[in-house]
Design a protein around this ligand. Structure first.
Ligand code: SAM
Length: 301
């Protein structure tokens, strides 16, 4: 009798624990879904294509060339934005899929591709769960994109999974020591806390990339490089951020009811833009951003 009571109690407790686990997992899923929706809404703000073409458009061809992308190759660009890498890969003759969490930016990418006379596919996709089969691409790229997904291990696993054995994974990742580190630290002090997980700029450190990609590779080349953003002057640089760059627009919007903090952010941004300018006094302004160029060859079967 006593052992039956104990068994019944055990079953009831096990069922309750399973239910708690189920609710916890549903809450986590909900939290993640909402966080993704928030990230997508943020990157859809402003005019990312205007931002990218004014400031980071030189990096796309650099990554295409570093990965040796050429005619007939199947290329997936992850967190492609409006096609900085993807459009250049298509211009090099590759069959390209541009994927991103934020499809709102695809229209600008399609227009840019059409103006350049190339065609590519645009697919909404989370870098942590890519909707493509194993080994589907010869080359998988991401410039300043996949780094923003909070689950780095999941992203690395997906980049490796969709790349064919013997294929190439190429990334351009901001380093934490470079200007992007200073900029995102500034912005982060005014923005809501980021989703839990390692910071995006950790992808710009050699040890982190080695740890994430290392096991499944034949070779891994890592090189620190620099590209230069060239707005007319520091004031125009700040205005460009405020008008076109989603994370800056979202952060300023979040401070709408706190004019003092909004003014403090604007003043810190201007101070950053003046202090970091390496250009000649007559202009244009020059902002050298350090990044880690990653070229990984996936182990041949
Ligand atoms: C700084 S932009 C870089 C875009 C482009 N690669 C370039 O070089 O211009 C960052 C991009 O990452 C995308 N992104 C952020 N989180 C993502 C995720 N979890 N999965 C896929 N894309 C994501 C954003 O939508 C945005 O387009």
């Amino acid at each position: 009798m006593e052992s039956r009571t104990a068994a019944t109690r055990f079953m009831a407790e096990a069922a309750a624990l399973a239910r708690i686990e189920e609710v916890r997992s549903m809450a986590t899923q909900d939290f993640k879904r909402n966080a993704k929706a928030g990230v997508r809404a943020m990157w859809a703000l402003g005019d990312y294509h205007a931002f990218a073409t004014a400031l980071v458009w030189t990096v796309g061809p650099e990554l295409v060339s570093a990965c040796g992308i050429g005619s007939g190759q199947g290329v997936l660009d992850v967190a492609a934005g409006t096609g900085n890498v993807a459009i250049r890969a298509a211009e090099a003759g590759a069959d390209v899929v541009a994927s991103d969490l934020t499809p709102e930016n695809f229209e600008a990418g399609r227009r840019e591709a059409a103006a350049r006379g190339v065609q590519l596919d645009w697919v909404e996709a989370d870098a942590e769960a890519l909707p493509f089969s194993d080994g589907a691409f010869d080359v998988v790229t991401s410039s300043f994109g996949a780094i923003f997904a909070p689950e780095h291990k999941a992203v690395a696993g997906e980049l490796l999974r969709v790349c064919r054995p013997g294929g190439t994974i190429g990334m351009a990742n901001f380093t934490p020591e470079g200007l992007a580190g200073t900029f995102f630290e500034l912005l982060g002090r005014y923005a809501p806390p980021p989703p839990p997980g390692p910071p995006p700029l950790l992808w710009g450190t050699e040890s982190h990339v080695r740890e994430l990609l290392g096991d499944g590779l034949d070779s891994l080349e890592l090189e620190r490089r620099e590209y230069v953003e060239r707005p007319p002057d520091p004031e125009a640089y700040c205005e460009l951020f405020k008008r076109t760059f989603g994370p800056m627009i979202a952060t300023r919007e979040g401070l709408r009811d706190d004019p003092e903090r909004l003014a403090a952010l604007d003043s810190e941004l201007l101070e950053f833009a003046r202090r970091s300018n390496r250009g000649a006094p007559e202009g244009p302004a020059e902002y050298p951003y350090e990044f880690l160029l990653v070229v990984a060859r996936k182990r041949a079967a």
